[in-house]
Structures are given as structure tokens and as C-alpha cells.
Design a protein around this ligand. Structure first.
Ligand code: BES
Ligand code: ZN
Length: 465
């Protein structure tokens, strides 16, 4: 909402609009909307008046001092900080641990052959080892190709393609290989993952196409001995946390029995301070928890920051797995705030796992239209914590600016790239959308379940499919 051109519909109209929408979710009186007029209502205003973007900015600044890789002390410190903030608003906030198998990249990766040093990288989940042995060409290392090959005690030279890196390593190891070199089938560096930890792996390094072909020439020309050395890699069980705070409905008699989840992930990738990905969403969850704490509500609100998103949506999957059947049924919407404040990213979009509109996109389109005169568009998109919720049948959407900023997952994802204007816009849209559903004027238990929500068509300028 642009503060400079605030146009408020008459109080009487705003109130009647608010009542007609909230009490029935059916036909509301048409209100002229254009990109230059805003028509947020008196209920929206309760939320808007409370949002303080400096709180969001300051929390991002604190969180983004360092990378917060899941399982590290920095992530744990972030989780305590979030819990402390939520407690300071009067919530009984919990830090909920879960374990996962983590991998620390090798600190040393070396390959030499015939007096030449090459520049390998290691595969994620490779094991350590120092192996000197004869190099044997093993093609693509499919099971069929290796059926008649004995690689016992050898270093297998393998080309990229056709099957996964992990399968190649396992196939070669099964045939007795003591180490594996996989080279690229296209130009450029090869940085891969074996997909997961496995006790049957042997040390595996990646090479460029040029260096791989150079080795292959030497193998063809005569016996070649190579030394593969990988040090410092580590697979271990680690702990990460989800941080949760719940606001029970304040209007017990009107309690809809429904739940809304507002979430973000507090972890980052290695080497990136993750100011936008996703300290921005985390700080916004904290601020919305503060804003909504003091407002009357008829719907349960859950504020959750997830750990280990960057390692495969682990925290949000844990959270969803921990929900009872009844809870899954009662969650009418999951708002996932991920990358919501970059000055260098595009416009706000809503992403759903199936590309279809749902209760969350409808609430957000309605609020963005009321606030800004234009409904935020939606499209298909995964890659974040709304996915496990969607897979469990819960209406969920990702709030993100698209296209992403060039600093995404880099050391440059820092506080200086954060735009207060972008943060303000998203916090307003999400805060008023959530409160549109949680305001205490619905009709008691299960009267307005998300799936049966019928919002006035007037609120959606674009086709909802
Ligand atoms: N915030 C990103 C997701 C994202 C980035 C969506 C840019 C759309 C555009 C998230 O933290 C992330 O990095 N996700 C991973 C996948 C995840 C399953 C580990 C990704 O997209 O690589
Ligand atoms: Zn990310």
C-alpha cells in the first residue's frame, strides 16, 4: 500500500463492506477499484496501523550477520533469538528439535596422475580416502556396461550421463573399484551430489570434460596410475529446530476451529548470510506475530520458522509429519514467506505447488486488491516450505518476489540489499489477508472452512481458473 496516495472509502461503506464480507463471504456491494484507488477497510486498518517495518528490518539485520546453516551453532542461535522475540510478545514459544543426516564438504580434494596435478572437485556425500591405483576406463558405469568388467583395486574413470552420480559410484564400487573419477560430458565445471550418504561409496571426484578426456587419452596410451585424495568430508547426524508460537482464538464462543499457519525458514545456505533468503520471511513472521497478538481472533494462528529448508525442506516436512489428521484437516491455509524483501528482485508473486488458486492465494489477492488496487498474481512454483503442506492437502502458497535477485544463495545476500518498501508491501498484504480470515466475525466452528470459502468475485480482477 502506498502511503502517499491513500484513499479510504467512506467509513460507512468500509464498515458495511467489512461486515458483508466477514459474515457471509457472499455478494458484497461493488466498489470501484482502479490502480489509483485503494479501498482497505476498517478491519485492515487495525493491522496496517500496527505494522512497523523497522522491526522487520532490524531482525533481518541481526539474523543476517552470519550464515545460518542448519545444524550449526549459528542456526541454533537464530532459533533461540526467534524464540526469545516471540516470548517477548507474550507467546509460549517452542523450539522443536529434529535430527537429519548432514554432510560437511571435503576440505582437501586432490588428483594427480603421471606427474600431472588436476583440478577436481568432490561430490557431496563422497567419503574421504587416499587411493593410488591403476586407472581403468569404465564408460558410463551402468550395470550392463560393467557386467563383464573387473575393477578390483582400480580407479574407475567414468563419463557423466545416463544414470546418477551416486549410481555410478555404487556400480563401480560393487565391481571392486577403490576410487572413482567422473568427468563432465559438457563444458564447464562439474559440481555434483551423490544424493545422500551411503556406506558403500568409495572416494569420488569430479573433473571437467577437458581434464577427463586428457586422462582417457593417457589410459588408452598405456598403464596410468592416479592418486585420489579426499580429506575433511564428514557425514553425521545433526540437530536443527523449528520454532513455533500459537495464538489461540481470543473469541472462544466464535472459535472457528480452523488454523492458519504463517511460516518462513530461518536457515541459510553455506557462505550466504541469507538476508533475503530467508531472514526476510523469518523477521516478517516475527513482526506479524507481534501485530496479530493484540487483535481479537476467532481462528488459531500458528507462527512457525523452519530449520533445514535449504537441505531439502526438512524442517517443514518434519512439522507436517508431526501434525495429527485432525490438525491437517483444520489448517485452512499456510502462508510461506520466503525471499520477501530484496530491492533487486522483481514483483511479488504467489506460488502454489499445483499452479492453481487456493484459499491462501484468494485471501492474498483480495487483500492486495483492497490495499493496492491490483491483485497479486499467482503461478506454479515449489522449492520451499509450502510444498510439504500442499502435499498433505493443505492450501498453501509461497510469497516471493520474482525474478529472484542476482545475490540469491551468494555471500552478497546481505542487509544492504533489503528494501523496506518491499517488506512493508508484503507484510501488509499477508497481515491483512490473515486477519481477513481470523477476525472474530465468522459463524463458529467449521462454518467457513477454507475449501468452502466463496469470496466475492469482485475481489479478483484476474481469472482464478
Ligand atoms: N528461497 C528458495 C526458493 C526459491 C528461490 C524459489 C528462488 C524461487 C526462486 C529456497 O530457500 C531454496 O533455495 N530452495 C532450494 C530447493 C530446496 C528444496 C532445497 C532451491 O530452489 O534450490
Ligand atoms: Zn534458499
Amino acid at each position: 500500500m502506498k502511503k502517499t496516495k491513500k484513499t479510504i472509502v467512506s467509513v460507512a461503506l468500509a464498515t458495511s463492506l467489512a461486515l458483508s464480507i466477514s459474515s457471509t463471504y457472499t455478494a458484497a456491494a461493488p466498489v470501484a477499484q482502479s490502480s489509483s484507488s485503494q479501498a482497505y477497510n476498517a478491519v485492515d486498518k487495525k493491522v496496517l496501523n500496527k505494522i512497523n517495518v523497522d522491526n522487520i528490518y532490524n531482525d533481518i539485520e541481526y539474523l543476517a550477520k552470519t550464515p545460518r546453516v542448519a545444524g550449526t551453532a549459528a542456526e541454533h542461535k537464530a532459533a533461540w533469538y526467534i524464540q526469545k522475540k516471540l516470548k517477548s510478545f507474550g507467546y509460549k514459544a517452542n523450539v522443536e528439535p529434529f535430527t537429519f543426516v548432514g554432510y560437511t564438504e571435503a576440505s582437501k580434494v586432490e588428483l594427480s596422475a603421471d606427474g600431472t596435478s588436476y583440478s577436481p572437485s568432490s561430490f557431496t556425500y563422497s567419503v574421504n580416502g587416499n587411493v593410488s591405483a591403476e586407472v581403468v576406463y569404465a564408460g558410463l558405469a551402468t550395470k550392463e556396461e560393467l557386467a563383464t568388467q573387473d575393477l578390483t583395486g582400480k580407479v574407475a574413470l567414468i563419463q557423466r550421463g545416463s544414470i546418477s552420480f551416486g549410481e555410478k559410484v555404487l556400480n563401480a564400487a560393487e565391481k571392486g573399484a577403490k576410487a572413482v573419477i567422473i568427468y563432465n560430458n559438457a563444458d564447464g565445471e562439474l559440481n555434483g551430489t551423490l544424493g545422500g550418504a551411503n556406506d558403500s561409496y568409495v572416494p569420488a571426484v569430479a573433473l571437467s570434460k577437458a581434464e577427463g578426456e586428457q586422462l582417457l587419452e593417457k589410459v588408452k596410451a598405456g598403464t596410468l596410475t592416479a592418486t585420489v585424495n579426499i580429506e575433511g568430508a564428514e557425514v553425521s547426524e545433526r540437530i536443527s529446530y523449528n520454532v513455533t508460537a500459537t495464538k489461540s482464538p481470543t473469541e472462544k464462543k466464535r472459535n472457528t476451529d480452523d488454523i492458519i499457519v504463517i511460516g518462513a525458514h530461518h536457515d541459510s545456505v553455506e557462505g550466504a548470510p541469507g538476508a533475503n533468503d530467508d531472514a526476510s520471511g523469518t523477521a516478517m513472521v516475527i513482526e506479524l506475530a507481534r501485530v496479530l497478538k493484540s487483535l481479537p481472533t476467532d481462528t488459531e494462528l500458528r507462527f512457525v520458522t523452519f530449520g533445514a529448508e535449504e537441505l531439502g525442506l526438512i524442517g517443514s516436512q518434519e512439522y507436517v509429519d508431526g501434525l495429527s489428521h485432525d490438525e491437517k484437516d483444520r489448517i485452512v491455509g499456510m502462508f510461506n514467506l520466503d525471499m520477501v524483501g530484496s530491492r533487486d528482485a522483481g514483483d511479488l508473486v504467489l506460488k502454489t505447488a499445483d499452479g492453481k488458486a487456493n484459499f491462501v492465494t484468494k485471501l492474498a489477492q483480495a487483500s492486495s486488491l483492497r490495499l493496492n488496487g491490483a491483485a497479486t498474481p499467482y503461478s506454479e512454483g515449489g522449492r520451499s516450505d509450502h510444498v510439504p503442506f500442499a502435499e498433505a492437502g493443505i492450501p498453501a502458497a509461497l510469497f516471493i518476489h520474482d525474478p529472484a535477485e542476482p545475490w540469491y544463495h551468494t555471500p552478497e545476500d546481505s542487509i544492504d540489499k533489503i528494501s523496506k518498501e518491499k517488506l512493508q508491501d508484503v507484510a501488509e498484504i499477508v497481515g491483512t489477508a490473515v486477519y481477513d480470515r481470523a477476525r472474530p466475525d465468522h459463524k463458529g466452528p467449521k462454518a467457513q472452512r477454507g475449501q468452502s470459502f466463496k469470496a466475492p468475485e469482485l475481489y479478483y480482477q484476474q481469472d482464478l481458473k
